[in-house]
Design a protein around this ligand. Structure first.
Ligand SMILES: [Zn+2]
Length: 418
């Protein structure tokens, strides 16, 4: 064969060598240990971390990213989001949104909010329902196709609940109007069927809502949901505030209690014993006051806000496993979704949770709950390169997270500005 032709063939046949990215991390933070290692090098290739260490040789053709003056850590995980959902201002009922907004519009809102949160440092999020007709799954597919830049999404699909879901007072003549967002399931068999439906349409996690009415799921019903979810390799997340409904959720084997605002010490101790996660969605009082604060709503908000701080403090002291979850569905004037999420940090501080434990809840604990601990939530060889950095130490001041100025998602730099 002609020599030149042979060379040409080789050039076409061999795949182009993947570009290695070498990150110089001045301060590499390990949330699992709450410790910082100085002057580390992280090598990234094909979206994944290939090596981490102090004396690694940087390949000659590598793209070097200089974060030598920064604090570098794994991307953040929000275990309770509704990026496609936004409360309609002006005291409109919650259900009004189903009439006013299409699934396509909801997906576009999800894209908007998802990108804001990705740029703020959230590289993974768990969308726990209220996403119209499976809008989250469409966002996930679009991101997997490479059409859009998004955090890794876990989607719940429609929220499964006893009759009526989380709707209130919808007149009978307009029928099961709430089925746009919820699946009615009132027996173990109906729950199993609803789970099959959600998984068929792309659900990665199963979400139940149990205490919206005077009726709620029994322990047996929760257990049926947990079995069905676990058989399919999914976690079971359950919206519940407290009371007997929460007893059933914990005893029935849910992986996480979502909200749990009125959990007692005995219930928190049972969660610790059973390894149930608390995703506390620890709202600041100002957010609870909502879009139309009056003196009355403000007083109620302060009361619930204090209750949330106390519950978070108790859970922390008892040693319940906690994953960070925001549940933000509003925007206050001049605050986007990321600004709103950062406001939760003050609640965690007020509850006496250390920055190290807060960071753990936002990374390794979240990854464990989402069953992706072998893929994300840490900076280690073999894991996806979801990496963020900021110019101040979040172990000293957790508010440093507001200053994130570098975000890498699956090995791609999506934010490199100062
Ligand atoms: Zn929620």
């Amino acid at each position: 064969m002609h020599k030149k032709l042979f060379l040409l063939l080789i050039l076409f046949v061999l795949p182009a060598a993947a570009q290695t990215i070498a990150i110089r991390a001045g301060n590499l933070l390990d949330p699992a240990k709450g410790a910082v290692s100085k002057d580390q090098i992280i090598l990234v290739e094909n979206g994944k971390i290939t090596a981490v260490g102090a004396s690694l040789a940087i390949p000659k053709d590598a793209q070097v990213v200089d974060l030598s003056k920064e604090w570098v850590m794994p991307g953040l995980i929000d275990a309770h989001t509704h990026i496609t959902f936004q409360e309609i201002p002006g005291k409109a009922p919650f259900e009004a949104m189903y009439l006013k907004e299409s699934t396509a519009f909801r997906a576009l809102r999800g894209l908007h909010n998802g990108q804001i949160l990705l740029n703020a440092g959230f590289t993974t999020m768990r969308e726990v329902g209220n996403e119209a007709d499976y809008a989250c799954n469409d966002l996930k597919k679009a991101a997997q196709n490479g059409w859009i830049e998004m955090p890794t999404l876990q989607c719940a699909g429609k929220i499964i609940g006893p009759f009526g879901g989380q709707s209130k007072g919808v007149p009978e003549e307009v029928g099961s109007f709430w089925l746009h967002e919820y699946i009615d399931a009132d027996t173990p068999d109906e729950i199993r069927k609803a789970i099959h439906q959600n998984i068929y349409y792309g659900a990665d996690v199963i979400k139940l809502a149990t205490d919206n009415s005077d009726y709620f799921y029994t322990e047996e019903e929760i257990r049926a949901a947990a079995d069905e979810a676990h058989n399919a390799g999914r976690a079971l997340a359950v919206h519940v505030y407290g009371g007997r409904a929460a007893d059933n959720v914990i005893r029935g084997g849910a992986d996480s209690v979502e909200h749990g605002f009125t959990l007692t010490e005995a219930q928190l101790k049972l969660m610790k014993e059973k390894g149930t996660f608390l995703v506390g969605t620890d709202f600041p009082a100002a957010h609870l006051a909502g879009l139309n604060p009056s003196n009355e709503t403000l007083a109620d908000a302060n009361k619930l806000g204090n209750q949330i701080i106390q519950r978070l403090s108790n859970a922390n002291k008892i040693g319940v496993k906690m994953a960070f979850g925001s549940d933000t569905v509003t925007e206050m004037a001049g605050h986007n979704r990321a600004d709103m999420v950062w406001d939760y940090l003050a609640v965690w501080r007020a509850a006496g949770v250390s920055p190290a434990d807060t960071l753990k809840a936002m990374t390794t604990n979240g990854a464990e709950l989402l069953r992706i601990g072998k893929e994300r939530g840490a900076i280690a060889p073999g894991l996806f390169a979801d990496i963020i950095a900021m110019p101040a130490d979040p172990l000293q001041d957790i508010e440093s997270l507001r200053k994130v100025n570098f975000v890498m998602k699956n090995g791609k730099i999506v934010r490199a500005g100062k």
